[in-house]
Design a binder for this molecule. Sequence first.
Ligand SMILES: NC(=O)c1ccc[n+]([C@@H]2O[C@H](COP(=O)([O-])OP(=O)(O)OC[C@H]3O[C@@H](n4cnc5c(N)ncnc54)[C@H](O)[C@@H]3O)[C@@H](O)[C@H]2O)c1
Length: 249
Amino acid sequence: MKVSGKIALVTGAAQGLGKSFAAALLKNGAKVLISDVNSEAGKATLKAFQDKYGENNVMFVRADVTSQAQMEAVFQQVRERFGGLDIMSNNAGIIGETREVWEKTVDVNLKGVIRGTNLALDLMRRDKGGRGGVIVNTASIAGLMAVPGAEVYTATKHGVIGFSRSWARSPLCADNGVRVNVLCPSFADTALLPRGGSADGDVGKYMDEHGVMSPEYVAEGFLDLVQDDSKNGAVLKMGEKLGKVYVEY
Ligand SMILES: NC(=O)c1ccc[n+]([C@@H]2O[C@H](COP(=O)([O-])OP(=O)(O)OC[C@H]3O[C@@H](n4cnc5c(N)ncnc54)[C@H](O)[C@@H]3O)[C@@H](O)[C@H]2O)c1
C-alpha cells in the first residue's frame, strides 16, 4: 500500500513506538489520527506533528483503549473528519504483572487490540462501504517466547499474535481487501523499558542479548508491514542485534 494520501489511526501514539509509527506515516504523506489515554503528552505530540507536517494532517483524540464508548468516538472522528480509514495501528500497551493490575494488562494489551481491530474492520470492510486497508497490531518478542517475570504480558502478546493471524486468514478479510499483520519488537528505547536501559534478572539478561532499538528503527519494520501488499498474517520480529526477521510457521 502506498502511504501517501491514506488515512491512519494509531493508538498509544502520544509517545514511544506509537509516536514513531505516526511520524513515519505523516512523513510519507498520510493523514494520522493519534489517540492516547495521556492527554497532556498527546497534545504535546499533536503540536509537534502539526508544526512539522501541517495543521490539517493530524489530530489527537484522547481515549482509553479499554473503553468501547471512547474508542467508538475515536473511529467516528477519523471517519467524519478525515473520511475513512486505510491503516490501523493497535499499539497501546502496558506492563503490569502484580495481583492488583494484571487484569488491566489483559484489558489494554489484548482486549484493547481486539476492540481496535473490530472497529477498524467495520470501517475498512468493502461490504460496509469501506475501501479495504491494513491493520498492524503491536505484539512483542514476548509473544514468541517464555519470559519469566512477565507472565501476564507474555500471555497477552501471544494472544495478539494468534488473534491477528486468525483474522488474516479469514474469508471476511480476504473478501474485503483487509490485511492483518503483527509487529514483534524486542527491546526498544521507550518509557516501557526499565530506566537506564538495564535491569536485573532475566529481563536484564534478555536486554544484553537482544540490544535496544531506537523507536525510529522499529517504525521501519512497521512501515514494511503497511507498505508490502504481499504481507498478510505476517509476524515480523525485530531486534537491535537480530534486525528484521519474518517468523516462519
Ligand atoms: N519498548 C519496548 O521495548 C517494547 C518491546 C516490545 C513491544 N512493545 C510494545 O509496544 C507498544 C508501545 O509501547 P512503548 O514501548 O511505546 O511504551 P510507552 O509506554 O512509551 O507508550 C505506550 C503508550 O500507550 C499509552 N497507553 C497506555 N495505556 C493506554 C490505554 N489504556 N489506552 C490508550 N493508550 C494507552 C500510554 O499513555 C503511552 O503513550 C506496547 O504494546 C508494548 O507492549 C514495546
